[in-house]
Design a protein around this ligand. Structure first.
Ligand SMILES: Cc1ncc(COP(=O)(O)O)c(C=O)c1O
Length: 247
């Protein structure tokens, strides 16, 4: 085979990957993490500020529970919504923390928040439906929305205004194709914590509210609220990778 005729793995990979998948921009955070890990392998000391991950290890009681579950053979298929005991515990946690009643039947367990988001947007959006996001945003939101043929609509939030995501700014973007309004408090990347009053106002809008509550519990001042205190027309996304350091 002549020089240049041999295809690289990357070229072969690109040829078989759908245009839709190729159109997704890389999640830059992982590129930075991989570069940092490479430097670590070369003996450099790195302080990681790239991935949204706490700097503590997974608590030992969680590790122990995992080892025990595997030893006890709890490695089989579960109910399609996830283990009932886990869904009951999640419902109890939201009741204890926020006083909201959620039935375990309304809870779906996925292998991380990101797959849950993919399922949610796939189930919610018809092609061309819109979802309002504050900008700057967690980069996976628009990627996932676009992947299921939805369209993100951005509301710019400004540093000099404390990155506030205001109901009046959201209202300006409301139009017939808007199916969802995404909120994320505490927010990645801005750290903004949304006060209860503002959540209440946003909850009055007619599109579904999608509330990413994954940074709940990592709050150092102010009070955190779930959207479920203000409306049932909402989908809450939450996970274990931040508060419990458990991927
Ligand atoms: C705002 C936000 N939502 C969701 C996720 C993804 O969480 P998971 O690890 O559960 O997929 C992250 C991860 O950084 C995040 O910052």
């Amino acid at each position: 085979m002549g020089e240049g005729a041999e295809k690289t793995n990357r070229e072969i990979g690109c040829a078989m990957v759908s245009n839709k998948a190729q159109d997704i921009p890389p999640f830059i955070v992982m590129d930075v993490l991989e570069k940092a890990q490479e430097l670590e392998r070369n003996g450099e000391h790195i302080i990681h500020l790239e991935v949204g991950e706490p700097d503590f290890d997974t608590p030992e009681c969680i590790n122990e529970a995992c080892y025990r579950a595997i030893r006890e053979g709890k490695t089989h298929y579960t109910h399609s919504l996830g283990l009932i005991e886990l869904r009951e515990a999640i419902a109890e946690d939201y009741l204890k923390k926020y006083g909201v009643k959620v039935s375990p039947e309304q809870i779906l367990v996925a292998s991380g928040t990101s797959p849950a988001m993919l399922l949610l947007f796939a189930a919610l959006l018809e092609s061309g439906d819109e979802v309002i996001l504050s900008n700057p945003y967690y980069p996976c939101y628009p990627n996932i929305i676009r992947f299921v043929d939805g369209s993100p609509v951005f509301v710019k939030v400004m540093e000099e205004e404390g990155f506030q995501y205001l109901p009046e700014m959201i209202e300006e973007k409301l139009r017939p194709r808007v199916k969802g309004i995404m909120i994320n408090s505490p927010s990645n990347p801005t750290g903004n914590l949304m006060p209860a009053e503002r959540m209440r106002e946003i909850a009055r809008f007619s599109p579904f509210i999608i509330s990413d509550e994954i940074y709940h519990g990592l709050v150092y001042e102010g009070e955190v609220h779930t959207i479920l205190e203000f409306t049932d027309r909402a989908f809450v996304i939450n996970g274990f990778s931040k508060l419990y350091g458990f991927l």
